[in-house]
Design a binder for this molecule. Sequence first.
Ligand code: HEC
Ligand code: HEC
Ligand code: HEC
Length: 133
Amino acid sequence: MKKSLVILCMAAVVAIAASMAILGAAPANPQNGVGATADVNPKGCTDCHVKGGDGDSGLGATIKKAFPKHPSVKEDINNCYICHAKRGDMGKLMHRGHLGEGNDFVKTYGGSCTHCHKVDPKGGMVSVKGVKK
Ligand code: HEC
Ligand code: HEC
Ligand code: HEC
């Protein structure tokens, strides 16, 4: 094999390994936490919205980027309810912001309801992960 071809092949292997590592890190299980499948993001919001690093994807940074005029927020969904409980719009806003066609939540993470919602099979109730009630 030519030297350049060997390098090309090695680059391809590295690229595949890198993309597999990214996919492995993404909580893409469509049956996330339902039945016998393990819950890959038990904390909900803050398992994906991680603060800090190069591409800060914390709740604060995400809100600031998407809605620059929004008041500053803490890295905790319970903080949202200080204002959004009365408005009663958290579900509407979260569904709109994540579940649309082409949204990265769907494309990269598989977009399942149980990334945010927790289903209690015993009582049958559905709640939102991380929300203290
Ligand atoms: C499985 C990963 C994941 C989980 C869990 C998650 N998000 Fe997101 N979120 C994303 C991704 C990816 C985007 C970027 C969507 C896009 O713009 O393509 C996003 C976008 C957002 C946005 C901007 C939305 C908009 O309207 O533009 C907000 C605010 C947000 N998330 C808050 C939350 C909150 C609060 C929770 C918990 C109730 C949550 N997210 C749970 C991955 C996640
Ligand atoms: C201090 C009060 C306050 C807190 C805390 C707060 N919000 Fe809001 N948020 C608002 C208000 C007020 C609006 C409506 C703005 C408007 O209608 O122009 C809003 C609007 C939004 C919108 C829609 C923005 C748009 O322009 O469409 C999203 C998404 C949102 N909030 C997410 C969150 C999340 C997620 C949290 C918690 C991490 C949070 N908010 C915490 C007050 C707050
Ligand atoms: C990004 C996080 C997120 C995802 C994904 C998500 N939800 Fe929600 N959902 C919420 C939040 C937050 C609430 C508000 C709960 C509250 O305030 O009590 C909510 C509320 C609801 C409600 C109560 C009505 C309402 O709108 O407040 C229903 C029903 C619901 N979700 C169904 C679904 C279904 C079905 C899916 C999947 C197709 C889904 N949700 C995906 C975060 C999410």
